[in-house]
Design a binder for this molecule. Structure first.
Ligand SMILES: Nc1nc2c(ncn2[C@@H]2O[C@H](COP(=O)(O)OP(=O)(O)O)[C@@H](O)[C@H]2O)c(=O)[nH]1
Ligand SMILES: [Mg+2]
Length: 461
């Protein structure tokens, strides 16, 4: 990729709106804008005084007015990319935006690749790789909590923590390496094995705190799947509708009404939740229903939490028992005794005995009674299975998690090697850990990995 040319892209979503922005970055950003932007001569100060908005028109190559716009010019280096940037604020219609982009591209800029503005910010050293990735996490965040985590990372919190661990690793290695290389001249202090181990345990703890709660912060970012299961007619679809506060699923007294799984999105306790209603699980000869049940079982298996629904107005059955058996021990569990408005045939005490570690909630989906309690129970169970975090969770991406777990393994090896191996091996493990951690901030990252990371960005960012 050439880094010295001028790139451009539409930086706002392609759709109808008040304002759309075409952005340019690179050494010719101003020259390109100057060719196509017609600014009234009486503007004072005249275009291009930096960081001012100029009113005027964009003309196409035949001189015809395409749109009425506001244009700003921001010279390097105090910009997002550390290059000259021009932003053209136009009317946000798909055709207007595309027309202006085409004129810009005809006038000396090239189309930016996805994430290329941010990649330039990274390559020019304005932000590190963890901050660049946080930009995308902010854009893609699905909950307020996820926005906060990404904002902290964008401020450099993750890079700071990882950077300090790397510095400590260097401090530990420096006297060792000097001693290996120049044993005669070395006059410093070789840390004793106890001191090395103590320090390494401290670093291990810092990294451990980072990976702690990663599942929870990832849940804030990517969402969690919650599946409602139970035999036919217990009120699963009614509960889904009550939770979503919309008539999403068809509810009917005829058993087997829901023949396929169905999904709806909601937010509970800060988690974006994908709520899955499933086909009632029962033995059936109907091939369509069988397929629906298979898909439902698979959805239940993938879910982080199961809501097992029982019909309180009918006795406990063998089918209920089989459904209860679908849950694997890692999954959170909330048991709902539904239809409490009718005469009850399952004593709550019996349910408690069967589901010893579950939250048990009584509801009447028909009237909405107990739905708030169900929401609270689901939130509590999710908090429980996703694990508590430290003060401020930072880790979201699988890439970061793998790197940190890898570095922890090297440090673990180093701790073991202190007592059993030559110190050269200890130092080597620490060097590997240092290198690995550098991939988080991008200091030791390879070109193909960079390309891969930025290719996942959206256009115009
Ligand atoms: N009385 C009463 N009926 C309910 C309640 N919840 C659901 N039903 C009824 O039970 C039947 C089956 O409900 P549905 O939600 O389709 O059950 P599903 O097969 O488990 O999805 C429908 O006739 C519902 O109106 C409830 O809390 N009380
Ligand atoms: Mg149903």
């Amino acid at each position: 990729m050439q880094e010295n040319d001028t790139i451009s892209a539409i930086s706002t979503p392609l759709g109808e709106g008040g304002i759309g922005i075409v952005r340019l970055s690179g050494p010719d950003a101003f020259a390109v804008a100057d060719r196509i932007f017609d600014c009234p001569k009486n503007s004072d100060p005249g275009f291009p005084e930096p960081r001012r908005l100029y009113y005027g028109h964009i003309r196409d190559n035949d001189g015809e007015i395409i749109d009425e716009v506001l244009v700003s010019y921001m010279p390097a280096p105090h910009t997002y990319t550390r290059e000259d940037i021009v932003e053209i604020n136009c009317h946000s219609g798909i055709l207007t935006l595309r027309a202006i982009l085409r004129i810009v591209l005809n006038s000396g800029a090239r189309l930016a690749e996805p994430g290329e503005f941010t990649k330039r910010a990274f390559l020019k050293g304005r932000i590190d790789l963890s901050q660049a990735e946080a930009v995308m996490n902010i854009i893609r965040a699905r909950s307020e909590e996820a926005v906060k985590i990404a904002a902290r990372t964008l401020q450099g919190d993750l890079a700071g923590k990882v950077g300090r661990v790397r510095e400590e690793l260097i401090d530990l290695r420096a006297p060792l390496e000097a001693w290996f290389d120049y044993p005669e001249e070395f006059s410093g202090d070789i840390p004793g094995s106890d001191r090395i181990k103590l320090k390494l345990h401290e670093l291990q703890k810092v990294l451990q705190d980072l990976v702690q709660g990663v599942e929870r912060s990832r849940a804030y970012q990517e969402g969690v799947s919650v599946a409602i299961i139970g035999r036919p007619n217990v009120g699963k679809s009614s509960l889904l509708n009550a939770l979503l506060r919309q008539q999403r699923a068809i509810v009917h007294e005829i058993p087997g009404t829901t023949r396929d799984m169905l999904e709806g999105n909601m937010n509970l306790g800060g988690y974006p939740i994908s709520l899955v209603d499933t086909a009632g699980i029962q033995g059936t000869e109907d091939p369509v229903e069988q397929q629906g049940i298979e898909r439902s079982r698979a959805a239940a298996e993938r879910a982080r939490l199961l809501v097992v629904v029982l019909d309180g107005s009918s006795p406990w059955t063998q089918e209920d028992a089989e459904i209860a058996g679908l849950r694997n021990p890692d999954q959170g569990l909330v048991v709902v005794i539904n239809k409490v408005d009718l005469e009850q045939k399952i004593p709550a005490a019996t349910v408690k005995k069967i589901f010893t570690d579950a939250e048990i909630v009584k509801t009447a989906a028909l009237t909405g009674a107990g739905i708030d309690l169900l929401e609270e129970a689901v939130t509590r169970q999710l908090d429980l299975v996703l694990g508590t975090t430290g003060e401020s969770p930072l880790l979201v991406s699988i890439r970061h998690e793998e790197i940190i777990r890898g570095a922890m393994l090297n440090i673990e090896n180093a701790i073991y090697a202190v007592d059993t191996q030559p110190l050269e091996l200890v130092s080597l493990e620490l060097q590997i850990a240092w290198n690995l951690l550098g991939e988080i901030t991008g200091e030791t990252v390879t070109e193909p990995l960079l390309d891969k990371i930025f290719s996942e960005f959206c256009l115009g960012k």
